[in-house]
Design a protein around this ligand. Structure first.
Ligand SMILES: Nc1ncnc2c1ncn2[C@@H]1O[C@H](COP(=O)(O)OP(=O)(O)OP(=O)(O)O)[C@@H](O)[C@H]1O
Length: 479
């Protein structure tokens, strides 16, 4: 019934005239002759055949050569050519597996996934997700330009419909991920109307990562912490910034702290870096006490430690004034990282108001002035709300481990992070250490996993690098 002419004509004039609107002008409906429709289909088919060799040159060449060999030389010759080609591929695969993977396997996979996953489901998924646009009774969809595959993900390059914005896609990442059967979807904007949708095919971070090798030379601007989703090493900058690590209990904040300390060990050993630790829980950091230049585990001693860091910072600033603008770590003026586990203990939960106020003042001074004189703060926190830590914006770099609520993602990583796919509230509780971070120079959040530094590793670290001169001065009773 819907195919009848009458149904079609009512579709284009959905509203009948109302009494107040006695005269109504409408577009006349002209029926397209069948021959035009047929001609259009033929033209599209010819266009497809012309474009095919450009889009799939290898596949088209293979088919063309096979047909030619079969036509001119017969079946036996075709079988010989295929056997030789297969043997050639086999040798290539065995001899140069990486090159073979890049040039053959991943390209074949991309072509397959383009046709079988994205092309096939594109229209239904995008329409249901609300990404189809209508204009003058016609439907317009973003167009797939290219599909490429990496070891772990599909990257679908898309041309957006004119008049739409990448944010429209960013707001539908969950629908797209489910629609194409991927664990997640991330959006990268290349340029006007040009975005890339990245769909992981499997979770590369599903297995725990053992503590990384202690680096021979320490780069305080790129400490190896664990792995990124694409298999690259996740590197964290500490010198010249402050880092806030947020995650619910059991999310793996300890592994972030310990991975950072581990990556600094040679610098700690040679005296060009120091860790000052505040450990209100007394469980997390006390294990590696021998590695810390200073250590505090009560509210009062923690405030003493933070205020000592402020004094040291101000003394350095006074010395540097007018002479140098950038800090270079030396034994005389080492890089100092103040590690504060569960920072809310001293800023929000401590019963003594004076302790809270002094701790907050000290942290505010360190985070606002410490960067250029070689003092950084690495703080861990469970609850990112302003009532708990109103200094959170003074930390330029943040790490979002598993969070409680969706609304906390943007609180930690900044506006728009969740829309771009940083679903930190959906991190599996069985994957501690998994987090979303923003890497330098990119607004797109990256999924990472911190290496797990176990108790035995910490023992070994303390035994090897906790030299007597570095044994902690426990701040007892510093008021
Ligand atoms: N990167 C990691 N990889 C694998 N397992 C980890 C990782 N980090 C932590 N775990 C596991 O999760 C447990 C909890 O980790 P951790 O104590 O670091 O969490 P947390 O966020 O500091 O929690 P809390 O705030 O309660 O101290 C650890 O005992 C360990 O078994």
């Amino acid at each position: 019934m819907l195919r009848s002419n009458r149904a079609g004509s009512t579709q284009v004039q959905p509203t009948a005239p109302v009494p107040a609107q006695t005269v109504r002008f409408s577009t006349p409906v002209v029926e397209t002759p069948g021959i035009f429709i047929l001609a259009r289909w033929v033209a599209r088919l010819v266009g497809l055949l012309v474009l095919l060799p450009f889009r799939f040159p290898v596949a088209v060449a293979t088919v063309a050569v096979s047909v030619a060999v079969w036509h001119w030389l017969g079946w036996v010759a075709l079988a010989v050519v295929w056997t030789v080609a297969d043997l050639g591929l086999l040798v290539w695969w065995r001899r140069w597996p990486d090159l073979f993977r890049r040039c053959v396997a991943l390209r074949a996979l991309a072509a397959w996934r383009w046709v079988w996953v994205y092309r096939r489901h594109w229209q239904p998924v995008l329409v249901v997700a609300g990404l189809a646009e209508s204009y003058q009774e016609r439907q317009y969809l973003p167009r797939i330009r290219r599909v490429t595959c990496s070891e772990w993900s599909d990257r679908v390059r898309v041309r957006l419909v004119a008049g739409t914005a990448p944010t429209d896609v960013e707001q539908r990442v969950s629908e797209l991920a489910h629609g194409f059967g991927a664990p997640s979807c991330r959006v990268t904007v290349n340029g006007p109307r040009d975005v890339v949708l990245e769909f992981p095919r499997f979770d590369t971070l599903a297995q725990p990562i053992d503590a990384l090798e202690v680096p021979e030379a320490v780069d305080l601007r790129a400490l190896p912490m664990g792995l990124c989703e694409d298999g690259e090493v996740w590197r964290l900058r500490l010198h010249g910034t402050h880092v806030l690590t947020v995650g619910v209990t059991g999310a793996g904040k300890g592994s972030v702290i310990w991975s950072a300390v581990r990556a600094m060990l040679p610098a700690i050993e040679d005296g060009t870096a120091q860790v000052w630790a505040v450990d209100p829980k007394r469980m997390e950091l006390s294990y590696g006490r021998a590695l810390f230049a200073r250590y505090a585990d009560t509210g009062e001693t923690a405030v003493g430690l933070l205020e000592a860091a402020v004094s040291m910072m101000q003394e350095r600033a006074a010395r540097y004034a007018g002479k140098q603008r950038v800090h270079t770590p030396t034994v005389e003026d080492p890089f100092v990282v103040v590690v504060v586990d569960e920072v809310a203990f001293v800023t929000a939960y401590h019963p003594d108001r004076d302790v809270r106020r002094r701790a907050e003042n000290a942290l505010a001074t360190l985070t606002s002035q410490g960067r250029s004189v070689g003092v950084s703060v690495l703080a861990a926190l469970q609850d990112p709300r302003k009532e708990v830590l109103n200094l959170r914006n003074l930390f330029p770099d943040k790490i979002a481990l598993r969070l409680d609520e969706a609304s906390q993602v943007d609180m930690v990583l900044g506006d728009g992070a969740r829309e771009r796919g940083a679903n930190a509230h959906l991190i599996d509780p069985d994957l501690p250490g998994v987090a979303f971070v923003r890497l330098e120079g990119s607004p797109v959040p990256v999924r990472v996993r911190a290496a797990f530094v176990c108790d035995a590793d910490i023992d070994a670290m303390a035994a090897e690098y906790g030299a007597p001169s570095l044994r902690p001065v426990v701040d007892e009773g510093v008021a």
